[in-house]
Each structure stands twice: as structure tokens, then as C-alpha cells.
Design a protein around this ligand. Sequence first.
Ligand SMILES: [Zn+2]
Length: 123
Amino acid sequence: MSSKTTQSELEQRLLAVADDCRRSFLHSVGTLDTTLAARLSRLPPDEWADDPALAAWPQLQPQLKSLRRADAALCQWQLGLYGLCSDCEAELSHAQLLADPCRQRCDHCEEKYQKAQHASWTL
Ligand SMILES: [Zn+2]
């Protein structure tokens, strides 16, 4: 987070990625359940991921995960916490954020998180 230019470049990227993510999510919902897609499109996008009806569609889960990451990153941006690891608060590098604007964790915490996720799947 060095200069203003860098900041707004990242903001643009984040907004573009979140927008793409929301658009493709709504499109996928629309191919499965048009009533649900119509209902979601009337809600604020940051409430979509909480809709319990989405649990009926396992094939949406990977996109739902991306949607939640995008929502979390946007929320962090609003709170002024964007670019900090959500576990240890280490500052993520500009390169890491450009590569994945919705990134939530530093390498170290991401690795721990993935291992924990993996362990819970195999239980
Ligand atoms: Zn961390």
C-alpha cells in the first residue's frame, strides 16, 4: 500500500473481479433456478451468498466460495483492512493482490488454512 495510484489500481481490479464473480454467479443460478435468480437479483449482491436456497445446488458451491471471497475483500476494503492477512494481519504484497485481488491470507496462513480445510473434508 505505497501510493495512491497503487491503491486505486487495486480498487479497480477488486471491483472488476467482484463484479465478474457476481455476474457469472447470477448467470449460473439462472441456468438452474430462474425463480431463485430473479429473487437474488432484487437483493443487494452482498446478501446473495447467505440465501439458504443455494444449499440445494452443490454445483454452485465453488462459485459461492468465490463470491464469499469477493464479498469479504470488498468488506475489508470498506473497513480499511484490505490487503491484510485475515488471520495474522501481515501485509500482503502488491504483486499478490494483483494476482488475486480477493486474496484473504498470507502464504503461511493460507497453507495452514488449506490443510485445516482438507482435514475437515476427509473426516
Ligand atoms: Zn497470515
